[in-house]
Design a protein around this ligand. Structure first.
Ligand SMILES: NC(=O)c1ccc[n+]([C@@H]2O[C@H](COP(=O)([O-])OP(=O)(O)OC[C@H]3O[C@@H](n4cnc5c(N)ncnc54)[C@H](OP(=O)(O)O)[C@@H]3O)[C@@H](O)[C@H]2O)c1
Length: 343
């Protein structure tokens, strides 16, 4: 008989949390009971899940008694504080934040790439950064064929990557500007509507921001390849949802473009959108709400035999966060891919 799990969502009112709830529902994850957790501010509100109103509770160190699985997306500091309590209470945590990603004891997993790492967990399994996931899912099958040595990435990241409030700020600033008013800035440091700026994470060593460093470090850990070089420029753009990325990729061995296209068209979690004659390629509005990462602009690097270029768009609230986390939970729960698709 199929086992049903007692599941908690930590950060259920957030952009990722809401998506977690809807993906659990869509994919019919086997749930015996659900606990919805957020900050004190949201406690007492109700959220609809599988036809019922479920009360949101304030997350505390005592929230995890009797819970089998925690899907956590309440920010890194909340995870650092509460995840150890969840693990102590006997739950397994799939964590969407950056709190534990680079901890050598914690597997960092993309199910299309390193599902076998899930079994090594000691209570916590980390979900990678959203820009990293959207980059590595299409690149991994090409890495297996031709061994990628270097990736140069430039991102075009949606406002929702900074959470639910940031998404609302893009909307309200757009209305203000169109009404001839000055935009109100609360979440982002600069105007996001009708503008773009370097990713709003702190600048660290060598002038790279935290988001860029995450893409560089996490790729090595997920691919189990410390020698792979990643250099990224991350940019916030006035798009509501779905990140896009321009990727320049250098491999150890040459790989014909037809083969790049064939490998991508057969790979899991990817849809090739590459119609040169129509100038039709991946777009965030078409990636929004979908599970697949769209891949196109497949071109040879004219200066290097072993290199090619791509452009990708993926819904970072789904595959870049909530969907990836639920896919990890399905593998942890022993639900096969075929089974998950049939549900
Ligand atoms: N957005 C993305 O595309 C994305 C992608 C990958 C990973 N992530 C990561 O996922 C996490 C959440 O991101 P998000 O975009 O969903 O942010 P968000 O929309 O700002 O949501 C934050 C959530 O955390 C809850 N929270 C805040 N303080 C809390 C506390 N002290 N105790 C319990 N809950 C608390 C909030 O509850 P209240 O509503 O009650 O304040 C809300 O549910 C972040 O670590 C982020 O880096 C985000």
């Amino acid at each position: 008989m199929e086992k049903n799990f007692r599941v908690a969502i930590l950060g259920v009112t957030g952009a990722v949390g809401r998506e977690l709830l809807s993906i659990l529902e869509q994919r019919k994850f086997p749930i015996a009971g659900i606990k919805l957790l957020a900050s004190k501010k949201s406690a007492g509100q109700k959220v609809r899940f599988r036809g019922q109103d479920v009360l949101i509770e304030e997350a505390t160190s005592q929230s995890f008694r009797g819970i089998d699985l925690v899907l956590s997306s309440a920010g890194a500091s909340v995870s650092r504080e509460l995840v150890p309590h969840a693990v102590k209470a006997g739950a397994v945590v799939v964590d969407n934040t950056s709190a534990f990603r680079m901890d050598p004891q914690v597997p960092l997993v993309v199910p299309e790439i390193n599902p076998e790492d899930i079994a090594k967990h000691k209570g916590v399994i980390a979900n990678p950064n959203c820009s990293t996931i959207i980059m590595v899912v299409p690149l991994f099958p090409l890495h297996r064929r031709a061994r990628i040595r270097r990736i140069v990435a430039a991102t075009y990241q949606a406002a929702s990557g900074a959470g639910a409030k940031a998404m609302r700020e893009l909307e309200s600033q757009s209305r203000e500007i169109l009404a001839g008013k000055a935009p109100t800035k609360e979440v982002f440091p600069y105007q996001i509507a009708f503008n773009l700026f370097s990713h709003n994470s702190p600048i660290k060593e060598g002038g790279y921001c935290e988001e860029e460093i995450k893409m560089m470090r996490e790729t090595k850990k997920i691919f189990h390849d410390d020698s792979i070089e990643v250099v990224a420029t991350t940019v916030r753009v006035p798009v509501f949802r779905a990140h896009s990325e321009a990727l320049f990729v250098e491999c150890e061995r040459p790989i014909p473009l037809d083969e790049v296209r064939l490998i991508l068209s057969k790979a899991q979690g990817i849809r090739v959108v590459d119609e040169r004659e129509k100038n039709y390629f991946p777009m965030p509005v078409e990636a929004t709400g979908g599970d697949d990462i769209l891949v196109g602009r497949i071109r040879k690097d004219p200066g290097k035999e072993n290199a090619f270029a791509l452009f990708v768009s993926g819904d970072q609230l789904r595959k870049g966060a909530a969907l990836n986390a639920v896919q990890i939970a399905e593998i942890w729960a022993g639900i096969s891919k075929g089974e998950a698709a049939r549900r």
